[in-house]
Design a protein around this ligand. Structure first.
Ligand code: C5P
Length: 228
């Protein structure tokens, strides 16, 4: 695909802090539009997981970078329409990468500039017709700066912790709401304070505070940005 054709494929970027509902909203919006979906957080989680499996110290930037460059990550949509599986070096790591520990590992390695560089082209390759919904922290600020539609989804820290709590509980994971809140706050703080691709709204992004908003209303609000 030529650069011009690539630019012509529309992208909707949905950035924001942990637990703001990006995953749920991005999936619903991509489905409604019939567009592709990029869960960029899953890539950072997968690299953190692969590094852990290889016994790599997450503070060893060179080793983690090599791991990011060589890890094979495949998203596989099950035929029955269930949750997309994340296959890391041939192993189905969907459940392992969803824990809060995996989130913290992802956040630690995501602060390494060379790791972000290693994942850049992979993320850009998701831009395919008829369009892409890209979910993450730097989709609108770094990876798809020319995206015609940009959203920054947020919610109060309490509400984000409650949502994450429900999600993890539904997966059968043992979690405590109070520790989840402090973990989420620590992760957001690190994501927002890092030098490379910090978490912040892209210029021109519509900021949507979803505190107290039902999912259907958020989806409708986001779809309106793309359609009108
Ligand atoms: O979105 P999710 O919670 O799966 O992301 C896990 C971590 O990966 C984030 O806390 C963040 O540090 C990192 N990340 C990132 N850039 C992205 C997506 C995720 O730095 N585009």
């Amino acid at each position: 695909m030529s650069p011009t054709e690539k630019t012509a494929v529309p992208v909707l970027t949905i950035d924001g802090p942990s637990g703001a509902g990006k995953g749920t909203i991005s999936r619903a919006v991509a489905e409604a539009l019939g567009w592709h979906l990029l869960d960029s957080g899953a890539l950072y989680r997968a690299v953190g997981y692969a590094a852990g499996m290889a016994g790599i110290d997450l503070s060893d930037a060179a080793a983690v970078t090599r791991c990011a460059e060589t890890t094979k990550i495949v998203f596989r949509a099950p035929k029955d329409g269930g949750e997309t599986r994340v296959i890391v070096n041939g192993h189905d790591a969907t459940d392992e990468i969803r824990t809060e520990t995996a989130g913290a590992a992802a956040s630690a390695i995501a602060a390494i500039p060379a790791v972000r560089a290693a994942l850049f082209d992979l993320q850009r390759a998701f831009r395919k017709a008829p369009g892409l919904v890209a979910d993450g922290r730097d989709m609108g600020t770094v990876v798809f700066t020319d995206a015609p539609h940009k959203i920054f989804l947020t919610a109060s820290a309490d509400e984000r912790a409650r949502r994450r709590y429900k999600q993890l509980k539904a997966k059968g994971l043992a979690v405590k709401l109070s520790s989840l809140l402090s973990e989420i706050e620590a992760r957001d703080q690190r994501d927002a304070a890092r030098k490379v691709a910090p978490l912040k709204p892209a210029v021109g992004a519509l900021i949507v505070d979803t505190t107290g908003m039902p999912v259907e209303d958020v989806v409708a609000r986001v779809l309106a940005v793309v359609r009108y």
